[in-house]
Design a protein around this ligand. Structure first.
Ligand SMILES: *[C@@H]1O[C@H](CO)[C@@H](O)[C@H](O)[C@H]1NC(C)=O
Length: 203
C-alpha cells in the first residue's frame, strides 16, 4: 500500500512513456507487496465427556425429540468444552492450546453437531493468538469441513477452513480429533513481532 502510494505521487510529474513504465512497476509492486500469509496447523483435540480429566460437560439435555440414530441423544443437546490441544495424537504429547466453546446436536435426523469454538494457542510462535472455528460437524463423515471465521493476534482477519477427522477413541468418554487448520491472513495485517509466517508451518 505504502509503496504504490509513493509511486503514484511520483508519476504525476513524469512524461507519458515514463508514466506507463512507472504504472507497470507500481502494479507489480502492489501485487508482490500484497502477499497474504498462509498458515497450516495440525493438532489433536481431546474431547473427554466423563470420568477423570473431564473437559466436556453437557449443559443442556434437549427436551426432545429423541434422536433416531444416536441412542440417548436428543435434538438440542448442548455441551460446553475446554478441550486440550496437543501436538500429537497422544494426550501426553506437547500441549499447544485449548479448544473452548460448545457443540449442539443440531440435526433432527442426522448426527450433526453445530460447533462454535475458539482455539486458544498457548505454545510456540502463536502463543496468545486465537482462531474462531464455526461449522457443521457430521460425525458420520470421515472428514468434516468447518470454517475459520476469524482470529486474533497472528490470525487477525483470518479466513479459511478446518479439516476435522476422528483420529481415535481412547475410551467411550475420550475422543481424539485431528484438526488441520488452513488460514489466510491479508497482507495488511502485520505478523506480530515481525515474524515471517508465510508458507506452511507447524506450531
Ligand atoms: C505463553 O505466553 C504466556 C503469557 O505471555 C506466558 O506466561 C507463557 O509462558 C507462554 N508459553 C509458552 C509456551 O511460551
Amino acid at each position: 500500500m505504502i509503496h504504490s502510494t509513493i509511486t503514484f505521487t511520483m508519476i504525476a510529474s513524469m512524461p507519458r512513456v515514463l508514466f506507463l513504465v512507472a504504472l507497470t512497476v507500481a502494479m507489480a509492486t502492489a501485487t508482490s507487496g500484497a502477499r497474504s500469509r498462509q498458515i497450516h496447523l495440525r493438532f489433536y483435540m481431546h474431547d473427554i465427556t466423563g470420568g477423570p480429566g473431564q473437559t466436556a460437560v453437557q449443559l443442556v439435555k434437549g427436551p426432545g425429540p429423541a434422536h433416531p440414530f444416536m441412542p440417548g441423544a436428543h435434538f438440542g443437546d448442548t455441551t460446553v468444552i475446554d478441550d486440550a490441544l496437543t501436538e500429537g495424537p497422544s494426550a501426553a504429547s506437547r500441549a499447544v492450546g485449548r479448544a473452548q466453546g460448545s457443540y449442539m446436536l443440531a440435526g433432527l435426523k442426522e448426527p450433526v453437531l453445530m460447533v462454535s469454538m475458539t482455539v486458544a494457542l498457548t505454545g510456540g510462535v502463536y502463543n496468545g493468538s486465537t482462531i474462531a472455528v464455526v461449522g457443521r460437524d457430521d460425525i458420520s463423515a470421515a472428514v468434516r469441513e468447518l470454517a475459520v471465521a476469524g482470529g486474533t493476534g497472528a490470525f487477525r482477519k483470518a479466513t479459511g477452513h478446518v479439516l476435522w477427522r476422528t483420529a481415535r477413541m481412547v475410551s467411550r468418554d475420550h475422543m481424539v480429533l485431528e484438526l488441520d487448520v488452513y488460514a489466510t491472513m491479508p497482507a495488511a495485517v502485520a505478523a506480530p513481532n515481525g515474524q515471517r509466517q508465510s508458507g506452511v508451518l507447524n506450531i
